[in-house]
Design a protein around this ligand. Structure first.
Ligand SMILES: Cc1cc2nc3c(=O)[nH]c(=O)nc-3n(C[C@H](O)[C@H](O)[C@H](O)COP(=O)(O)OP(=O)(O)OC[C@H]3O[C@@H](n4cnc5c(N)ncnc54)[C@H](O)[C@@H]3O)c2cc1C
Length: 479
């Protein structure tokens, strides 16, 4: 990297944002020996590490332990009461962040050869970004500034002490009654976690919970949450928030009537908005709208020097692994001139409630709108030996194929769904036929056998009456 003056850097690549997207670009570019600058104004690791995937999964892990202890009677243990020390749960969550943080740290990236600048970045013109008193004139820029919580226009919300993903993991005391606005993945994950840790929880959703997922599988998740005591109100509009003393009251409109719900804390988990504040995109001729920075199939913006990836790119999934995937494409295009094109057809997503809900490819509803003949093949967890050993038999795998067996989508609801979806993502990305899965030899007993059983069922639907299934199980015909 040459420095034409102490304040001007001229790297090949300048990355704005140190979340999963930006860090992946910077690490890969530095790995290939390319002069790289990375600018991060806040915490290295981005939302993913500080206020997204990592702390939310850590909180869920704690909550899962609490629930496992409550359910230990089924395994022969005599457990009386469990006490949750919420301050220690907080310490556990922050311990996990601290354990992961070194991999994303400025020190590590400096060691890899990246010039890390800890400041706010903004465009000065089409070719220049400034960060404090440093100017960066790079051959290519990558904007990876992520997203922030979207706040719905609710009367009184701005005057109430609401929580978002940026503050909820700082709680050291358990909320008595948490009201959650939004029943997407993040809202429901937090609802189950807090309920299992002893809070009362009410979720308010204007439309349908987990609206992008398969309704049949969503119903299984919601049923579990409700049986655990989470109150889920769908189709209700929150029209006002009032904060009195130590309480927060949500006024909702449900079936034409107004009602109020009072809790101790309010968590807003009502979607995301691209984080573009103070970037001065206009100065660089970069087009954007309220959904994010406009990019083409190569993730290039309207300024040919500049790419946008991850949550801040319009029209793409707000997921850590999508940001990583984008990073790989940009590296391929910038360094090797590969003719890349984003392919969103096999980007999986998962909701890490218990049961987990994971999906890849087309949903059944999407597949039915394509002009193809489809077949839907299911296999239940209660027909899997491993699920029985764990006393966790609720859920199923649902594979969507063409009539000839080409796999086009899979949804799994049940234990380990987020892990089990990996194989199906590969199958879809490789255009595989479900026949290939029937020939797989898998360790037994494992939950991955669910997928193989579904695949066999595709070819032998007549054999799946309960008694024939039993005989097949005994004879181990299919391994
Ligand atoms: C509660 C919650 C749970 C989640 N769980 C999951 C999950 O289980 N799995 C999953 O895949 N995804 C999950 N996500 C989504 C995931 O966190 C994001 O998709 C991911 O962090 C996006 O990565 P990114 O690199 O695009 O941006 P970010 O991680 O948001 O990083 C962007 C960085 O850019 C910096 N920045 C912004 N503007 C500037 C500027 N002008 N100058 C300098 N720096 C700037 C920010 O400070 C930030 O550090 C979750 C999100 C939330 C909120």
């Amino acid at each position: 990297m040459s420095a034409s003056s102490p304040q001007t850097l001229t790297p090949d690549i300048c990355v704005i944002g140190g979340g999963p997207g930006g860090l992946s670009v910077a690490a890969a570019a530095a790995g290939f020996g390319v002069p790289t600058v990375l600018i991060e104004r806040d915490q290295m690791g981005g939302d993913c590490l500080m206020s997204g995937s990592v702390p939310s999964k850590a909180l869920l892990a704690a909550a899962r332990r609490a629930e496992a202890i409550r359910g230990a009677g089924a395994f022969g243990f005599d457990i009386q009461n469990i006490g949750v020390n919420f301050a220690k749960v907080h310490d556990h969550v922050h311990g996990v962040i601290a354990a992961v943080a070194p991999a994303d740290s400025a020190e590590r990236f400096t060691g890899l050869g990246v010039r890390v600048i800890r400041d706010h970045a903004k465009f000065k013109d089409r070719d220049t970004v400034t960060a404090g008193d440093i100017e960066i004139r790079a051959r290519r820029f990558v904007v990876a500034t992520g997203s922030a919580p979207a706040l719905p226009p609710i009367l009184g919300l701005d005057r109430a002490p609401y929580l978002t993903n940026e503050s909820v993991f700082e709680l050291k005391e358990r909320p008595e009654h948490l009201i959650v606005i939004g029943a997407g993945s993040a809202g429901l994950e937090m609802a189950q976690a807090f309920r299992r840790l002893g809070s009362s929880v009410t979720v308010l959703e204007a439309a349908t919970p987990l609206a992008h997922d398969d309704p049949e599988c969503v119903a299984i998740v919601l049923d579990r949450l409700e049986r655990e005591g989470v109150v889920i109100r769908s189709g209700v509009k929150v029209i006002g928030i009032a904060h009195v003393g130590g309480t927060v009251t949500a006024t909702i409109e449900a079936a034409g009537a107004e009602q109020t719900i009072t809790g101790s804390h309010l968590l807003v988990a009502a979607g995301r908005k691209p984080r573009l504040d103070g970037l001065d995109l206009d100065a660089a001729g970069i087009r954007y709208d309220r959904t994010g920075i406009i990019v083409n199939g190569k993730l290039k913006t309207s300024n040919r020097r500049v790419y946008a990836i991850g949550d801040c790119a319009a029209g793409h999934s707000a997921l850590a692994h999508a940001a990583n995937y984008h990073a790989g494409l940009v590296i391929g295009n910038v360094l090797f001139r590969y003719p890349v094109r984003v392919n969103n057809s096999a980007i999986p997503w998962a909701t890490f409630t218990e049961p987990e809900l994971a999906h890849t490819g087309l949903t059944e509803a999407q597949a039915r709108t394509c002009r193809i003949k489809i077949r839907v093949t299911r296999w239940p967890y209660n027909d899997n030996e491993r699920a029985h050993t764990e006393h966790d038999t609720r859920g199923h795998i649902k594979v969507i194929t063409t009539s000839k067996g080409k796999i086009v989508g899979t949804t799994i609801v049940g234990a380990q769904a987020g892990e089990l979806i990996a194989m199906w993502t590969l199958a879809i990305a490789q255009g595989m036929n479900i026949r290939a899965v029937t020939g797989l030899v898998l360790p037994s007993p494992t939950l991955s056998e669910l997928g193989k059983r579904a695949a066999i069922d595709f070819f032998t639907p007549r054999l799946t009456s309960p008694w024939v299934r039993r005989i097949i199980g005994w004879m181990r015909i299919f391994g």
